[in-house]
Ligand binder design. Structure first.
Ligand SMILES: NC(=O)c1ccc[n+]([C@@H]2O[C@H](COP(=O)([O-])OP(=O)(O)OC[C@H]3O[C@@H](n4cnc5c(N)ncnc54)[C@H](O)[C@@H]3O)[C@@H](O)[C@H]2O)c1
Length: 335
């Protein structure tokens, strides 16, 4: 039995808790959370931008802690699943690895490359595994694209475009704080940065143009430039001011023999013979999607090997990509 301790029982902590219930050979044995009502199982105030509303939970058999030190001293935890705000990922990951736990941290891996490097180095030193919750490849449409690329189903990859644009989340007062959340670049676009790195490898450089808000990227377009000039990858991410379109994600991935189009209306394969064929995808709700992500990570923890999708170094590369974009956006001539 792989024993999981969830650190931070907010929106993601709840999603992970529910998703773990769908896995066999895995058990949530502990929770660490500062809010007393959540430690008592009152999750009714938890609500994210997708997934179920929180309910009253029965936490019988689950150890609950308010303090990280006590949580990390619990010998009944094999994996610390860190669902804390991003600025706490690095210190809590390093502490958990030192305490002899494997770590699954939510995305983004950290808010600085120095922190991400420290996390990867701490994992190497501890002999434990660090994985990071980049869930996008487990959404059925993106899993379909990743599998097509991995198995060469439609021939060589030629590139693609990735859109992820939201209405300004005015209710999140800290959203544009680079020291706590990281704005649209590190909270939102990091999903596509990770998928681009996973699919195409690490680009040589990026060209980004966009709007900044007090120096923080707000809305931006990027061209990812690879060694191979035939590989053309672009993205658009950020926030618009109007509230009428809370969330929009649209992607297309170009292969030699097909183009896969992912948008709100479904996933379509444009084939060589001119057809537009709906992709056959499993029907999964959000908890099911997170369960697939956590199955990938818990299998890897059990086998003591890093997942090719969720590894800490890959998440570090995704952050490096985002930082390259930030540097391009902040060039003095653009401010
Ligand atoms: N993969 C995704 O699609 C996705 C979606 C949303 C959030 N996230 C990520 O998940 C992480 C958490 O986001 P969230 O939306 O769940 O945040 P949240 O604010 O809903 O939850 C954080 C929880 O941690 C608790 N907490 C804070 N500091 C603590 C500490 N030191 N010790 C114990 N408890 C503490 C808070 O009380 C809160 O309950 C972030 O990194 C975010 O980027 C990922």
């Amino acid at each position: 039995m792989l024993r999981i301790g969830i650190h931070g029982l907010g929106f993601m902590g709840m999603m992970h808790y529910l998703a773990y219930q769908k896995l066999s050979g895995v058990k949530v044995t502990a929770i660490c959370e500062t809010l007393p009502e959540r430690r008592k199982g009152d999750w009714t105030k938890i609500k994210g931008n997708f997934g179920p509303q929180g309910t009253q939970m029965d936490l019988t058999g689950v150890a609950v802690y308010a303090e990280a030190e006590e949580f990390l001293a619990d010998k009944n935890i094999d994996v610390a699943d860190i669902c804390l705000p991003p600025n706490q990922h690095c210190p809590m990951t390093v502490a958990a690895l030192r305490a002899g736990k494997h770590v699954f941290s939510e995305k983004p891996v950290a808010l600085s490359l120095a922190d991400a490097d420290a996390m990867v180095a701490a994992a190497e030193k501890s002999g434990k595994i660090l994985m990071v919750g980049h869930v996008l490849p487990f959404f059925p449409a993106y899993a379909f694209v990743y599998e097509a690329a991995r198995t060469n189903r439609y021939g060589k990859l030629l590139g693609g475009h990735f859109d992820r644009v939201i209405s300004d989340p005015v209710w999140l007062k800290d959203f544009y704080n680079m020291a706590t959340i990281g704005g649209p670049l590190l909270d939102l676009h990091i999903h596509d940065a990770h998928f681009i790195r996973l699919l195409f490898g690490m680009p040589e450089k990026v060209q980004s143009v966009g709007r900044l808000r007090n120096g923080v990227p707000e809305y931006f377009n990027t061209q990812f430039i690879f060694d191979n000039p035939q590989l053309v990858v672009t993205s658009t991410s950020g926030c618009i001011f109007q509230q009428g379109r809370p969330f929009m994600a649209r992607s297309e991935v170009h292969f030699e023999k097909a183009t896969v189009v992912i948008d709100g209306g479904g996933t379509t394969v444009l084939t060589e013979d001119g057809q537009a064929v709906p992709a056959e995808l499993p029907a999964l709700d959000e908890v099911g999607i997170f369960a697939n992500e956590l199955k990938e990570s818990t299998d890897a923890f059990i086998q003591n090997k890093v997942s090719p999708i969720l590894g800490g170094s890959l998440a570090r590369d995704a952050l490096a990509l985002a930082m390259m974009e930030m540097e391009a956006l902040r060039k003095p001539e653009r401010i």
